[in-house]
Design a protein around this ligand. Structure first.
Ligand SMILES: NC(=O)c1ccc[n+]([C@@H]2O[C@H](COP(=O)([O-])OP(=O)(O)OC[C@H]3O[C@@H](n4cnc5c(N)ncnc54)[C@H](O)[C@@H]3O)[C@@H](O)[C@H]2O)c1
Length: 287
């Protein structure tokens, strides 16, 4: 398979990330075949894509003709059969090893042998995933950031068995769909989360120890380190349970204490203080 031969992209999952991935692939001119679990799930994905495309339309980043053409390139299905003629697959199903494995098993039944599968996983070891496919040399991590249509970065993560050709094609595809790829070995957190997660965890530890208030920690990092949002605000924004969960996974993999979430995070998760969406986290919010 050559990069130039890629015409149709398969995307598994049309949730928060999948919907953005579908959108940018279709905007780049690719035909996109989507696999979802139900019509209800794909309708949710469709409305996420539509909301985003309409914002692009309003800001005149696309025309009405572009909007119509983008939608014509996207097809949805709950059946994997239409993946028989896709040329590249991006998987963005639930962050669960068994769900991903089951998806790859289905894909292996219908995909051509030369087709690459790229996973958008944030926390599962890429080599663990590649090893349950029939194509470990054509399996790779392709880690997008939320919201996908706006965030420029993609981390490209080869598994131990991934071929150089697979890496090259994935890097080229990332550029073609408007992203800036960076390469990283298969290691917990890749680049961004390996740096961000310990900072979040240390900020929570500082709150727990009474070193400073969330307000002062955030103010310090915004005014002293140039961050647009402080770590406590960011944890509230993404969901406190995500930092707790991901910290635990990275700690399991590495036994590095800096990934080990403090007791405060566990208590916040148990209490339902999950951040913005819950009305309470490190801060209080109007629901
Ligand atoms: N949310 C983020 O900020 C973020 C950032 C980077 C990477 N990721 C990764 O992206 C992936 C998806 O995360 P998300 O936040 O979009 O989750 P999500 O829950 O919003 O979406 C997952 C979608 O996958 C669908 N799905 C589940 N099982 C399926 C199957 N067997 N076949 C087809 N579709 C299936 C669900 O119906 C759902 O629509 C995860 O691996 C996650 O780690 C998430």
């Amino acid at each position: 398979m050559k990069f130039e031969d890629i015409k149709k992209i398969g995307v598994c999952g049309a949730g928060s990330m999948g919907s953005g991935i579908i959108q940018i692939c279709a905007m780049a001119g690719y035909e996109v075949q989507v696999l979802e679990v139900s019509e209800q799930a794909w309708e949710r994905g469709k409305s996420l894509i539509d909301g985003s495309l309409k914002r692009f339309l309003k800001k005149e980043k696309i025309t009405q003709d572009d909007y119509d053409a983008i939608w014509k390139r996207i097809s949805f299905s709950t059946d994997v059969a239409p993946f028989k003629d896709v040329d590249f697959v991006i998987e963005a199903v639930f962050e669960n090893f068994d769900v991903k494995k089951e998806t790859y098993n289905k894909l292996d039944e219908v995909l051509r042998e030369d087709v690459i599968i790229a996973s958008n996983t944030s926390s599962i070891c890429i080599t663990d995933l590649s090893s349950v496919t029939k194509r470990p040399d054509k399996f790779i991590g392709m880690h997008f950031f939320n919201p996908v249509p706006m965030m420029k970065l993609v981390e490209v993560i080869p598994a131990l068995q991934t071929s150089e050709e697979t890496v090259e094609i994935t890097m080229q595809l990332a550029k073609k769909i408007g992203k800036e790829p960076v390469k990283c070995t298969d290691t917990p957190g890749f680049i961004v989360n390996r740096l961000l997660v310990p900072m979040f965890i240390e900020a929570a530890r500082m709150v727990e120890e009474g070193v400073a208030t969330p307000e002062d920690i955030d103010k310090a990092m915004k005014l002293g380190a140039g961050m647009p949002m402080g770590p406590c605000e960011l944890m509230d924004f993404t969901g406190v349970e995500i930092t707790y969960h991901v910290g635990n996974i990275f700690y399991e993999y590495t036994k590095n204490a800096y990934f080990n979430p403090p007791h405060l995070l566990r208590k916040m998760v148990k209490a339902g203080y999950l951040g913005r969406k819950a009305g309470k986290g490190f801060y209080d919010y109007d629901k």
